[in-house]
Design a protein around this ligand. Structure first.
Ligand SMILES: NC(=O)c1ccc[n+]([C@@H]2O[C@H](COP(=O)([O-])OP(=O)(O)OC[C@H]3O[C@@H](n4cnc5c(N)ncnc54)[C@H](O)[C@@H]3O)[C@@H](O)[C@H]2O)c1
Length: 443
């Protein structure tokens, strides 16, 4: 394999790239490479996404809405559900889901299906990079054997196989895909060199590591770090609250220390496709080595208990108004797992709504990012439920409003004017003076 020739083609942008899985990660990645001049093919099993790519209809709200129009007009980008066209590209970057199954174990079926489908179409010299989050060892133990079997090629001699975790932070305006360094591990030195060259042509920096399993471990470490620290600050919130100390004030003041402290923000529990899930990929793999992951288990336990804490605070708030949760009309404000996105995967808002139902409350939600609750595997019960409207008459009619997501374009002063009992799990009301002790409750 002539690595120099491949490198020259990358530098000349004569290298065609295929992205498999055009979701929250794959779509911005396709755009990132397209922007700097590469020819792109996007692959997905979801025909709707391919149609959107062709006619320029945005399907992920927080992304640059003009992007879809530009991609649709471009003669350097197209989408397809025909996976045999993998043979037309030089590099294949895989960004398909890696959720947990019902036993909270890694569900690798999306990755396996992808590799199985494309392997017969893989050609000599092609670069093949998994970007999905996964357990250390996936590339060597799963991807390489599957690719070799399906293609009849040798992964060391004929192919370039690498792993590079996606570190996308949807909605983060300061760090879009091209501003986030790419960690890269190669199955061979050639694979590492070519993958680094490719990423460096579109993103700020590539960070080569020893091998693919190290790169896989980097991603899990980043997310375990977040999960553990969020659990810690959630625990501190509950303890300090009993002492009548505001954890947010403590965190802000502690964050003035210029070294040795990093601020984390408490909330109603973990959400999103990454932090509640990825740590358990390591827990699962560690069992093979007879190792326990106690920090991961403990932080999982604390974080999953947070919605119940929000409910407890809601009961206290209603009690102050001589009301019971049973029969009360409750608004959950914000369905998305974090502000200013339409991603509701693993959102703690759903657990809060489920618990409110279990306590026989009358449950509604407001979220302008999710006007109707779309179909999902986990929250089928709520599918089709519509957001209430944002007006004084509607909002003042609720016995309590539980703030579960702090979207930045909500007028929290208006909310305070309209409703008498607000339970704030996000510190969204920090700048609003409560009318009385019974007005705004921290959760
Ligand atoms: N969303 C994030 O913020 C984020 C951040 C970092 C890493 N990740 C990781 O990136 C990976 C992708 O996550 P995402 O959020 O983009 O998921 P997503 O659900 O938004 O997108 C995945 C896409 O893959 C498609 N798909 C599913 N099976 C397929 C198949 N067999 N062939 C082709 N396409 C298929 C789906 O239709 C969907 O469009 C996951 O491993 C995730 O853990 C996600």
């Amino acid at each position: 394999m002539d690595v120099n020739k491949i490198t020259n083609r990358i530098q000349a942008k004569e290298y065609k790239i295929g992205i498999i899985g055009l979701g929250y990660v794959g779509l911005p990645l396709l755009w990132t490479f397209h922007k700097v001049g590469f020819d792109m093919i996007g692959f997905d099993i979801d025909e709707h996404k391919i149609e959107c790519l062709a006619d320029g209809t945005p399907y992920i709200k927080h992304l640059d809405q003009e992007m879809m129009g530009k991609l649709a007009e471009s003669d350097r980008a197209e989408g397809t559900t025909d996976f045999s066209r993998v043979s037309e590209v030089d590099a294949v970057l895989i960004c398909v889901p890696t959720p947990l199954d019902e036993h909270r174990e890694p569900d690798m079926t999306y990755v396996e299906k992808t590799v199985e489908t494309v392997a017969p179409h893989v050609k000599e010299g092609q670069l093949f990079v998994l970007e999905s989050t996964t357990w250390p060892g996936t590339t060597e133990e799963l991807i390489v054997p599957m690719l070799e079997e399906g293609s009849g090629l040798d992964a060391e001699e004929d192919l370039l196989v690498a792993y590079s975790p996606e570190r996308e932070d949807p909605g983060n305006r300061d760090f879009k895909t091209d501003k986030i360094p790419k960690v890269v591990g190669g199955h061979t030195q050639e694979a590492l060199d070519v993958a680094c060259e490719l990423y460096e042509s579109a993103v700020v920096e590539s960070v080569p590591v020893t091998d693919t399993k190290t790169a896989e471990a980097v991603k899990l470490t980043e997310n375990i770090f977040r999960s553990v620290n969020i659990a810690l600050v959630n625990e501190l919130k509950m303890v300090f609250s009993k002492m009548d100390i505001d954890v947010h004030e403590v965190e802000d003041a502690a964050a003035t220390k210029p070294f040795g402290f990093m601020k984390f923000t408490p909330g109603p529990g973990l959400g999103g496709h990454c932090i509640p899930i990825d740590p358990f990929y390591l827990t699962w793999k560690a069992r093979e080595y007879n190792e326990n992951t106690r920090f991961i288990e403990l932080s999982g336990e604390i974080n999953t208990s947070m919605p119940q804490y929000v409910i407890d605070q809601t009961i206290i708030a209603l009690n102050a108004h001589q009301k019971a949760l049973n029969g009360s009309k409750i608004l959950v404000l914000g369905l998305a797992y974090k502000p200013d996105v339409d991603d509701m995967r693993e959102s703690p808002s759903f657990r809060i709504m489920d618990l409110l139902e279990e306590y026989s409350a009358d449950v509604y939600y407001y979220d302008h990012y999710l006007p109707v609750i779309p179909e999902s595997r986990e929250h089928g019960y709520w599918t089709g439920t519509e957001s209430v409207s944002w007006d004084k008459e509607t909002i003042s009619d609720f016995d309590a409003v539980v703030i579960s997501t702090d979207h930045s374009d909500i007028d929290y002063r208006q909310l305070a004017d309209w409703n008498d009992c607000i339970v704030d799990a996000r510190n969204a009301m920090k700048d609003v003076e409560p009318r009385s002790e019974k007005h705004i409750f921290k959760a």
